[in-house]
Write a protein that binds this ligand. Structure first.
Ligand code: EAX
Length: 322
């Protein structure tokens, strides 16, 4: 005779939800103390507080539940509760979100945060909500910079022939093709090993990720190209979220805002302290470059990947936003 064991989630549903305790796993690809990690901890602490302990949780950091594409798929089928992920692979699921991944689009952090916290960000969350995912709030990864093991990069010519890992993102790949690199998409949990073994020469990520991942162990050169702003998002599985009461959903949204604030504070801290930290750990950091040639080549190659499909109205709205 078979014994059927109810998962925690099924048991919660059958007991009527409100009285049972539920433990939630928040998956990330970065470390437990990274910018996502502090956001996950702040989110969970607030959720537990608001729910009087009905919801507890912990992190599943470091890619232990998979790369970001795997996490999104898991959310859709209900095998993953929650994730904090960059938009890297998200455009493969919700194509209109690719607008946010265009190189040289956001001017600075204030611009990106105000767009994501405003009407445009809400429209994008709604689009995500129509694709079997629930986006609670826009979080942050940061402006991305190129690192590599071969040479200092000061012009697009220096990227030529570099085997450069990109995220699994059509816009990013086109941008690096345009700038002359040989881009290869790869899931984040494989990146450190690929750099270590020389399968890849370089990669690009924000200071948050470069420092949390200790890329100085496998990369010597960093150039603050700031070629693209990398949004992040706090996602929940509809399998979990759709079973909640409106009050419970409200707790999740409120806790997500607290999580975002914690992550952005950590991004700000590392924007201020990160260059010194990278140098202390042996990296050669180039902070000043002429970005114009990078911008021209990246935008020419990458923007049509989005505009050919969706036109330029959204881009114009983002550029016009204060
Ligand atoms: O979201 O894949 C990447 O390079 C991301 O920036 C990383 O997973 C954090």
């Amino acid at each position: 005779m078979k014994h059927w064991v109810l998962s925690g989630f099924a048991a919660l549903m059958m007991s009527g939800g409100a009285y049972a305790q539920q433990n939630i796993l928040v998956a990330t690809t970065t470390t437990a103390t990274s910018h996502y990690g502090v956001g996950a901890d702040a989110f969970l602490a607030k959720l537990t507080e608001l729910s009087n302990g009905a919801f507890t949780g912990e992190q599943a950091p470091g890619g232990q539940l998979g790369g970001e594409r795997d996490l999104i798929e898991g959310l859709q089928i209900g095998s993953i509760d929650m994730a904090i992920t960059s938009t890297g692979p998200l455009g493969n699921f919700v194509p209109e979100v690719l607008a946010l991944d265009l190189p040289f689009l956001f001017r600075d952090y204030a611009h990106a945060r105000s767009v994501l916290d405003g009407e445009i960000g809400q429209e994008m969350l709604d689009a995500i909500g129509q694709n079997n995912l629930v986006g609670l709030a826009w979080s942050e990864n940061g402006f991305r910079h190129v690192t590599n093991s071969q040479r200092p990069v000061t012009s697009p010519a220096d990227l030529e022939g570099l085997k450069l890992r990109t995220m699994e993102n059509a816009v990013h790949m086109a941008a690096f093709q345009g700038m002359g690199a040989s881009p290869t998409p790869m899931a984040f949990p494989e990146v450190f090993g690929a750099l270590q073994q020389g399968v890849m020469d370089g990669q690009e990520n924000p200071i948050t990720v470069i420092t949390a991942s200790r890329f100085w162990e496998v990369q010597r050169h960093v150039t603050l190209t700031g070629h693209v702003y990398s949004p992040a998002i706090i996602l929940v599985s509809p399998a979990l979220f759709d079973g909640l009461t409106d009050e419970q959903k409200g707790w999740f949204y409120e806790a997500a805002r607290v999580g975002v604030a914690a992550t952005r504070a950590e991004v700000d801290r590392l924007e201020a302290a990160g260059v010194a930290l990278m140098r202390e750990n042996g990296m050669e950091v180039i902070t000043e470059i002429d970005r114009a040639p990078f911008q021209a080549l990246a935008a020419e190659a990458a923007w049509p990947v989005y505009t050919d499909r969706f036109g330029s109205a959204m881009i114009e709205r983002i550029v016009a936003a204060q």
